[in-house]
Ligand binder design. Structure first.
Ligand code: SFD
Ligand code: AMP
Length: 632
């Protein structure tokens, strides 16, 4: 096995990830660190310009509150999020982001992001909270600001293509992270006084709909593989909403977004007989009161009504793009020239929506002769993802800000530093922090800013370098590189190194994980339905999988990353299954359905279902935490 150089990097604030939250954190941290003479280091597994969920760009900014125009209040946003999550939300966290998010959007514009404007110079809204953008280069623009801030401040450093495996601990305090380069034989030990986890959510924990030649295609980016969840769990942090997966409805097979169609174009979705499930299945909403009657209908319930049609054999479900476009253009009917111009404009907006953020959907349209102004396109519920920043809520349990707490919440939701997890020195933002969904790209960037400022304050208050046992570092190095050693020792035992009695390659390991989750934990092929017996079986099978994870083998650095990505996914899977088991009700039909507990139980389960893995004892603890409202 080749020698690995051990690189030790000492810093003050360590930012893990280079996505929306991490870039926001970099901008904010650079400022406060300079004020206090501190160093900031950012580490991304990829290249910050095009890493994370926004790699392909986006066509909308999904969180803009519009406080200055008096359009909405912070309370309005909190109410929207509470309703959409069927009552399970941390109002202090949502409000903290909502009160600052507009300023982040204004920064995006200042940095060069084109936001659509109307004839009066006002932002063009897709919906109440969403703004339309020309966002193909969104990530490049935000990354540039982050890089300028860090590298221009003279006290910042950026490491790209370094994969973070797990935390470094100094007793109960998080003291940095350990990782490896995906291009060179180098192991990295980052020692820090505070660490901010912002490594996104997780995809490919569940079997995707795509298979064969489309394998790997998913809505959520394949390179976010549960590293935030693994990192925080292994540090011993309490986690929340691990059962709250997100299933987006998307244009089928290439996962193009639907928001612009439903909100901007006001399109309907209809089944194969022309029925509109949102109208025909209204009565079903009565079963999920009070949330069944709120406007807009919560995302999971919208999903569920469509799923009921599919389960009854009424699919496919179609987005009626042709109908929506014709309807908008109708008012121009009497002027053929204007009508033609409007049709051209709508057609180009329809294509740009995909070209800005899901290019593959535009390719699929082109490849299947779809002209959206003439022909409907199929939509379908995707496989489950973990994305606490969108309409899911999974992530670490973090402290809220002090000034937003009331008598009831103060002892429960606040412990000193906004966005610090229950582990000292470990902060979380974006998909990494839980129970505060609907932050999207703009809110994640905002939360990164909030968390970074708080982390700098933590360092100022606890300004002593971590103590790390050198023997622990050696043990971690050995564990990280074990898949390379195993491969080298046994690859020669068979003619095809992919098949070998001594080890399992990461691809096959991932298939095994996905099969367990798909069949027992409510994936696509089990119609998003599960029950106690199936979840118990999933725990048992995940246990065997965990045993076999010590037999993962890697032929090179790329496969070493694949091995660790799948270990991260496996931990996300376990937390998910355990929490679905714990919550004995069905609260989010359309995300998952517990057939043995088919109803919502407000009396017992209007609570957060939290969990904590104890690294000392190797045991899981499940806890209920109360929900207190901040806004009446
Ligand atoms: O509408 C490691 N999102 C949308 N948000 C919007 O505001 N508007 C939209 O139009 C959106 N659409 C959308 C969205 C997401 C996706 C997947 C699609 C479409 C297809 C949501 C936002 O994108 C999302 O909320 C934020 O990006 C979340 O920010 P953050 O920072 O939590 O995650 P990230 O940006 O994905 O960044 C993660 C970073 O971590 C790195 N990383 N680095 C080191 N070591 C490891 N082990 C690591 N693992 C991961 C990544 O490289 C990355 O830098 S719409 O269609 O829904
Ligand atoms: P999507 O493209 O589905 O991610 O949606 C983008 C934004 O629009 C998100 O904030 C969604 O919650 C919201 N959205 C999408 N579809 C609808 C709908 N039918 N009603 C209300 N909001 C929606």
């Amino acid at each position: 096995m080749p020698e690995f150089e051990k690189v030790i990097v000492e810093t003050d604030l360590l930012i893990l990830g280079g996505g929306m939250a991490a870039c926001g954190a970099a901008v904010e941290a650079a400022y406060w660190a300079k004020e206090n003479g501190l160093r900031v280091t950012l580490v991304d597994k990829a290249a910050v310009d095009r890493s994370g969920a926004v790699a392909m760009g986006l066509s909308a900014i999904n969180q803009y509150v519009g406080l200055k125009d008096g359009a909405n209040t912070v309370k309005d946003y909190v109410t929207y999020v509470r309703n959409d999550l069927m009552g399970i939300t941390r109002e202090d966290l949502v409000a903290n982001i909502a009160r600052h998010v507009d300023s982040t959007v204004h920064l995006f514009e200042k940095w060069g992001l084109p936001i659509w404007k109307d004839a009066e110079g006002k932002y063009v809204h897709e919906g109440r909270w969403q703004l339309m953008i020309n966002g193909e280069s969104y990530k490049v623009i935000v990354a540039e600001a982050a890089k300028n801030a860090l590298l221009g401040s003279g006290n910042g450093q950026i490491f790209e293509r370094v994969f973070i495996v797990g935390p470094l601990m100094d007793g109960d305090r998080c003291a940095g992270a350990v990782g490896f380069s995906v291009r060179e034989n180098k192991l990295y030990f980052f020692m820090a006084k505070a660490t901010l986890a912002a490594m996104g959510g997780a995809v490919h924990v569940f079997k995707p709909r795509s298979s064969g030649e489309g394998m790997g295609r998913a809505w959520y980016p394949p390179w976010n593989s549960g590293s935030s969840a693994y990192f925080t769990m292994k540090a011993g942090a309490e986690m929340t909403c691990q059962e709250v997966r997100f299933i987006p409805v998307r244009f089928k097979d290439a996962y193009g977004p639907v928001g612009a169609w439903f909100l901007l174009f006001k399109s309907r979705a209809t089944n194969s007989t022309g029925g509109n499930y949102m109208v025909e299945r209204q009565a079903e909403l009565e079963n999920w009161l009070p949330y069944g009657k709120v406007k807009p209908v919560p995302a999971n319930l919208r999903n569920y009504l469509g799923m009921l049609d599919v389960m009854e054999g009424k699919g496919p479900i179609y987005m009626r793009t042709e109908e929506a476009i014709q309807k908008i253009a109708e008012s121009y009917k009497n002027d053929p020239k204007e009508h033609k111009k409007k049709m051209k404009e709508l057609e180009s907006e329809a294509w740009e929506d995909f070209l800005d953020m899901t290019i593959s959907q535009a390719i699929l349209w082109a490849g299947t002769n779809v002209q959206p102004e003439e022909k409907s396109s199929e939509i379908a519920a995707a496989e489950p993802y973990f994305i606490g920043s969108h309409s899911g809520a999974s992530g670490a349990w973090v402290s809220g800000p002090e000034d937003l707490q009331n008598e009831q919440t103060k002892g429960e939701y606040f412990w000193g530093y906004p966005n610090m997890s229950t582990v000292a020195g470990l902060f979380c933002a974006g998909d990494a922090s839980g129970a505060s969904s609907h932050k999207f790209s703009s809110g994640s960037c905002t939360e990164g800013r909030i968390a970074a400022k708080a982390a700098i304050q933590f360092i100022v208050d606890h300004n002593h370098p971590p103590r790390i046992d050198p023997q622990a570092l050696d043990a971690q190095a050995k564990e990280i590189l074990a898949p390379l050693a195993l491969y080298e020792a046994h690859a020669g035992a068979t003619t095809d190194p992919e098949i070998n009695p001594h080890y399992v390659k990461p691809r096959m390991f991932m298939f095994r994980l996905q099969k367990i989750m798909d069949e027992y934990a409510g994936g696509v092929t089990s119609q998003f339905t599960t029950n106690k017996a199936q979840l118990d079986r999933a725990v048992e099978l995940l246990d065997y999988l965990k045993e076999d994870s010590t037999k993962l083998a890697a032929a090179n650095l790329h496969e070493l990353m694949r091995c660790w990505e799948n270990i991260h996914r496996m931990w996300q899977a376990e937390a998910h299954v355990r929490t679905m088991l714990f919550r004995e009700e069905t609260r989010w039909p359309g995300y998952y359905f517990r057939s043995d507990k088919p109803k919502m139980d407000e009396e017992h389960w209007h609570v957060f279902a939290n969990c904590r893995y104890d690294p000392g004892t190797d045991h899981w603890q499940m806890l209920k935490r109360p929900i207190h409202q901040i806004f009446a």
